[in-house]
Design a protein around this ligand. Structure first.
Ligand code: AMP
Ligand code: ZN
Length: 304
């Protein structure tokens, strides 16, 4: 995102700022945080995500996206609490936790930290070996499970951005994963033991969350996890480059996808029948949920 002298459309002054070519809009660095929060608010309303009366649990990783959504919702006076999962992956996890802790203390936000290792009595690396699945997949699955369990009576908010959503759609189109494609939406309403999930940054790019952190002095972890899925990272790079070459194209693609979703998948995943895991009660398609199956494998492994 190029910063240059512009005449700001908000304060009308000649200042350092950025040009959003696809909106035909110029915003100075001082007005940018207001503009950012206005767009978050519009997204929340457009997709009927939640209101000021709802209790919201923000899942915060310590990265720029989830820190941005936490700060935006706090400033907009939503009723929020934060949840951080310490996944125990070396220095990256230690630093991430520190950024989240410091920020929540400064902003006076109630924060709960859960150590993944203590939850499952093992490390993500070991679980990956046992289940023969990539570390990133196992870690993601455990995080979603814990976040859902901790969110009783609350609405889950994550920091997924437009770049995340578009990368996810493209990846799942290339590999035709219809089940995942049918479930992509900015808000997934609560049902059968699963809390409502909302992505208020789904129309905002990662360049914008970075700028929001910079213009509001938020410190965040900028290193990516050593186990990040290479395939997913490749799609993220492609999406970034497409949007760089054709500014505004990815937001058009995403909105177009949402519009066509019902035609593509008239029988959406909302109709897939889930049942309660007979062990822990988590909603699942099979008798035992994936986490309980993983725990069983771990016991078998440890008993040799
Ligand atoms: P990722 O899967 O890393 O792209 O993260 C997507 C979203 O999940 C983030 O924006 C956060 O809202 C949430 N998230 C990721 N990692 C954590 C974590 N360790 N603790 C809490 N929330 C997380
Ligand atoms: Zn301005």
């Amino acid at each position: 995102m190029e910063i240059k002298k512009i005449r700001c459309n908000f304060c009308k002054l000649l200042k350092e700022g950025i040009v959003f070519r696809h909106y035909n809009l110029k915003v100075c660095l001082e007005c940018f945080p207001v503009f950012f929060k206005k767009r978050v608010q519009e997204t929340i309303e457009k997709f009927k995500m939640f209101s000021k009366k709802d209790s919201i649990l923000v899942a915060v990783s310590g990265g720029k996206d989830s820190m941005s959504v936490l700060k935006a919702l706090k400033d907009m006076q939503y009723n929020i609490k934060a949840l951080h999962i310490d996944v125990g992956i070396g220095e990256v996890s230690k630093k991430s936790k520190k950024f989240v802790q410091t920020f929540c203390e400064e902003e006076n936000i109630s924060l709960k930290i859960i150590k993944l290792q203590e939850e499952i009595n093992s490390s993500v690396e070991e679980l990956s070996k046992i289940s023969k699945r990539p570390v990133c997949a196992v870690c993601g699955m455990l995080r979603r499970y814990i976040i859902n369990r901790e969110s009783l009576g609350q609405i889950i908010v994550t920091g997924h951005t437009l770049n995340d959503e578009v990368s996810f759609i493209l990846k799942n189109m290339i590999f035709w994963n219809d089940e995942l494609l049918s479930r992509i939406y900015p808000v997934l309403y609560e049902k059968e033991g699963l809390s409502r999930k909302a992505k208020p940054l789904c129309l905002i790019t990662e360049q914008e969350t970075r700028l929001f952190c910079e213009t509001t002095s938020i410190s965040y972890i900028d290193e990516s996890c050593p186990y990040k899925s290479e395939v997913y990272e490749l799609f993220k790079k492609i999406v970034y480059e497409i949007n760089y070459e054709f500014p505004g194209s990815i937001i058009g693609f995403y909105k177009g996808y949402l519009k066509r979703l019902k035609n593509f998948y008239p029988e959406t995943a909302n109709n897939i029948s889930l049942q309660q895991c007979k062990n822990c009660g988590y909603m699942t398609v099979s008798e035992l949920c994936s986490i309980c199956r993983l725990k069983e494998k771990l016991v078998q492994y440890k008993n040799g």
